[in-house]
Design a protein around this ligand. Structure first.
Ligand SMILES: [Zn+2]
Length: 271
């Protein structure tokens, strides 16, 4: 059964098979998403994705053993601090805050954690943290990506010519519109492109040869920092629903395999 961590009583938690139960920890962020989308875009997506996951997984396994942890609303967003309203942990603060949550869960006997990364900037911390938690406590911390942005159905939601769609662009704005259209002010939207990188064949703001980007690298056509990648103007709630639903479906198989995952020789001293 999939339940919400904070709704359980202590007695219910004591009765939970903690060795088998996956704790899903959604990692959000509180940072600018352009003129048109809310600061809490990533946190809003992190809040709803577990509900989509619950609906999709329960079609396959109504007794799926998972607890949904409260969304961590702030993440690692220093690349956006020069834009009004963005809030960031420093890397060591973020790491240690998540480490303490992982340690507490391990103390209570949970073995399977799943960090649901809903802001790309949180991914490196989730990865090194997971390795350290595994090393220190012998638990299994998995890292899940919240958005299936490479899936053909998701790519098909992006308007033709919108080649830089990424942070705060058409896809993310569409997802917020699917959650609550009143939170998006689409008439204020402006497109952003990484002007310094346009024309490069290899060096990009991400990929195999990359400069770790800052929000101000993303500019409007006339050179003003806008801090988003892509053109949100084609965003719709219908597109957002496709992206959220597809992203959830794409995680189902992985979560089923996490449910069944055992290291061979798992009863040995090497975990
Ligand atoms: Zn975002």
């Amino acid at each position: 059964m999939i339940r919400y961590y904070r709704e359980l009583t202590r007695l219910e938690m004591e009765q939970t098979d903690r060795e088998r139960t996956i704790v899903l920890i959604p990692l959000g962020a509180l940072e600018q998403h352009g003129n048109q989308a809310p600061l809490g875009t990533d946190g809003l997506i992190a809040d709803v994705m577990p509900r989509y996951l619950k609906e999709e997984i329960e079609k396959v396994d109504p007794d799926f053993p998972m607890l949904i942890f409260p969304t961590i609303p702030v993440g690692l967003s220093m690349e956006h601090l020069n834009f009004c309203g963005s809030i960031s942990f420093k890397p060591d603060t973020y790491y240690h805050m998540l480490y303490d949550i992982g340690e507490s869960l391990a103390r209570h006997g949970f073995r399977k954690l799943a960090f649901l990364v809903c802001h790309g900037g949180n991914a490196p911390t989730a990865q090194i943290l997971s390795r350290q938690l595994r090393c220190d406590f012998g638990i299994l911390p998995f890292v899940l990506s919240c958005g299936a942005f490479g899936h053909p159905d998701v790519k098909a939601t992006v308007s033709p010519g919108n080649v830089w769609d990424f942070h705060g662009g058409e896809m993310e704005t569409s997802m917020v519109m699917a959650i609550d259209p009143s939170l998006v002010k689409l008439d204020t939207a402006e497109a952003g492109i990484p002007t310094a990188f346009v024309g490069n064949k290899s060096l990009m703001p991400y990929g195999s040869v990359a400069l770790n980007w800052m929000g101000e690298d993303w500019r409007t056509a006339d050179g003003r920092p806008i801090g988003i990648g892509g053109d949100p103007s084609g965003a719709t709630a219908e597109k957002g629903e496709i992206i959220l639903r597809t992203s959830a479906r794409e995680l189902v198989q992985g979560l089923l395999e996490i449910r069944d995952f055992k290291l061979s020789g798992d009863d040995s001293s090497v975990k």
